[in-house]
Design a protein around this ligand. Structure first.
Ligand code: 5GP
Length: 112
């Protein structure tokens, strides 16, 4: 089981901010912005490169959920960033697909 599967199974604690039948969202343990939330599918998909055509609806749901959480966290008016790290050069450290929702401060571009 990956770390995030253990969070889904409640074997590891996390500050969960949203859950439905398809996904879970919880605060990042090492926040890089005042709001830093991870949105993950309950289905085990290692990374976006491993997603299949039949995951299309789930992937859309994850994005719409991220936007809804941003509204609930009151960061939507000022803006925010969604990030998916994929593979070693992308900075992926946990092999379970996750969208980073970052906001609450101005974020620089381009990223490092
Ligand atoms: P990645 O680097 O794979 O894109 O993102 C993994 C994220 O998971 C990192 O931002 C890291 O801080 C977060 N993370 C790692 N371990 C834990 C944990 O045990 N709990 C929570 N809430 N976040 C974690």
């Amino acid at each position: 089981m990956t770390l995030f599967e253990k969070i889904i199974a409640r074997e590891i604690p996390a500050e969960i901010v949203f859950e439905d039948d398809q996904c879970l969202a919880f605060r990042d343990i090492s926040p890089q912005a005042p709001i830093h939330i991870l949105i993950i599918p309950k289905k085990t998909i290692a990374r976006i490169a491993a997603a299949q055509a039949d995951d299309q609806s789930l992937l859309g749901h994850l994005l719409l959920t991220a936007a809804e959480i941003a509204r609930r966290e009151n960061i939507a008016p000022a803006g925010y960033r969604l990030v998916i790290n994929n593979g070693p050069h992308g900075g992926e450290t946990v092999p379970h697909l996750h969208i980073h929702l970052l906001g609450g401060r101005h974020l620089n571009w381009p990223p490092g």
